[in-house]
Design a protein around this ligand. Structure first.
Ligand code: SAM
Ligand code: DTB
Ligand code: SF4
Length: 331
């Protein structure tokens, strides 16, 4: 029998130290058993039928020095995304106000930087303070941070910092060459040391194998502390990016919905207390696929009709889906 007993599930929850073998065995479970187990873990640690809503805004778009193979904002990509400077705080606050009015509880500001420059820091502090004053949780994703930068952002009141490991340590070099897996771990460490909540996940459907998905979740669950929030993105294939073009040539590399749901379920079981965010790629997912993700333990989404440079399911589609599924937004 390859089924995990409840005892094994309990072992999987006594983190840290979850083994690769345990994660691999979870992936091998019959799909319905896996989703049932994940749902049982989910309702033990999180409110039922509740999904947290976050809204994204690109505060500095394009022209990024990194070569992330999925990203439209890399200077190495021919995606047609134009480089723009850091936008002003008034524009950010207006977008945050609209996000709050639409029911979002967290506002995530993303910048296409390798890392923020010293001259940008005062404007970032101002954005954090003013968005927070609206009664929203604040999140930023700005690339790598030094310990001092993380401390200063925490001091300004930043609640969450998003910095993804993106994929398994083994597959990482096929996706990004300009910064290392260890660089990412160092930034995550600075964020945690500064006392901010860590938001860390990655992308599925970049041509990685099941082994890579196991390695990816193993790396996340083995961080000194599991991330508070785990965004799971399905690759949005953008023409002119290395991976977008690869997927256009080999459509079968696209992750199927059942394997995506499996990955959500294994994330839920291996990181029982983390909030798992069904992130980019939701637009190309069926309603039934999204419902299975919620069943398997996803309990956060990005709302609004834009992500950073690509479109997202608009609020109307999400309101209709929540009504169909009996889900309610949570804070
Ligand atoms: N420049 C910062 C950084 O890389 O840390 C912040 C912004 S970056 C766009 C944040 C994350 O978005 C990436 O780490 C990646 O996981 C995700 N992402 C970017 N482009 C994507 C795409 N085309 N499809 C799915 N996820 C994507
Ligand atoms: C994350 O993991 N996904 C979000 C957020 N963190 C910053 C970004 C998704 C970007 C999707 C592609 C785009 O819109 O350019
Ligand atoms: Fe730059 Fe972030 Fe895009 Fe990588 S993912 S190219 S670091 S904006």
């Amino acid at each position: 029998m390859n089924h995990l007993s409840p005892l094994d599930t309990a072992a999987a929850q006594s983190l840290p130290g979850i083994s690769r073998e345990t994660i691999a065995a979870l992936f091998e479970l019959p799909f319905l058993d896996l989703v049932a187990q994940a749902h049982a873990v989910h309702i033990r640690h999180h409110p039922r039928n509740a999904v947290q809503l976050s809204t994204l805004l690109s505060i500095k778009t394009g022209g990024c020095a990194e070569d992330c193979g999925y990203c439209s904002q890399s200077a190495f990509a021919k995606s047609g995304v134009k480089a723009q400077k850091l936008i002003d705080a008034d524009t950010v606050v207006a977008a945050a106000r609209a996000a709050k009015a639409a029911g979002s509880s967290r506002f995530c500001m993303g910048a296409a930087w390798r890392e923020p420059k010293a001259r940008d820091m005062p404007a970032l502090f101002d954005m954090v303070r003013r968005v927070k004053a609206l009664g929203l949780e604040t999140c930023m994703t700005l690339g790598m941070l030094s310990g001092d930068q993380a401390d200063a952002l925490a001091e300004a009141g930043l609640d969450y910092y998003n910095h993804n490991i993106d994929t398994s340590p083994d597959y990482y070099d096929r996706v990004i060459t300009t910064r290392s897996f260890q660089d990412r771990l160092d930034t995550l460490d600075h964020v945690r040391q500064a006392g901010m909540a860590v938001c860390c996940g990655g992308i599925l459907g970049m041509g990685e194998t099941r082994e890579d998905r196991i390695g990816f979740l193993h790396a996340l669950a083995s961080l000194p502390e599991p991330p508070d929030s785990v965004p799971l993105n399905a690759l949005v294939p953008i023409p002119g990016t290395m991976l977008g073009d690869m997927l256009a040539d080999t459509p079968l590399a696209r992750i199927d919905e059942i394997e995506f749901v499996r990955t959500v379920a294994v994330a839920r079981i291996t990181m029982p207390r983390s909030v798992v965010r069904l992130s980019a790629g939701r637009e190309s997912m069926s309603e039934a696929g999204q419902a299975l993700c919620f069943m398997a333990g996803a309990n956060s989404i990005f709302t609004g009709d834009r992500l950073l440079t690509t479109s997202n399911n608009g609020g109307d589609a999400d309101t209709a889906l929540f009504a169909k599924l009996g889900l309610a937004p949570s804070s």
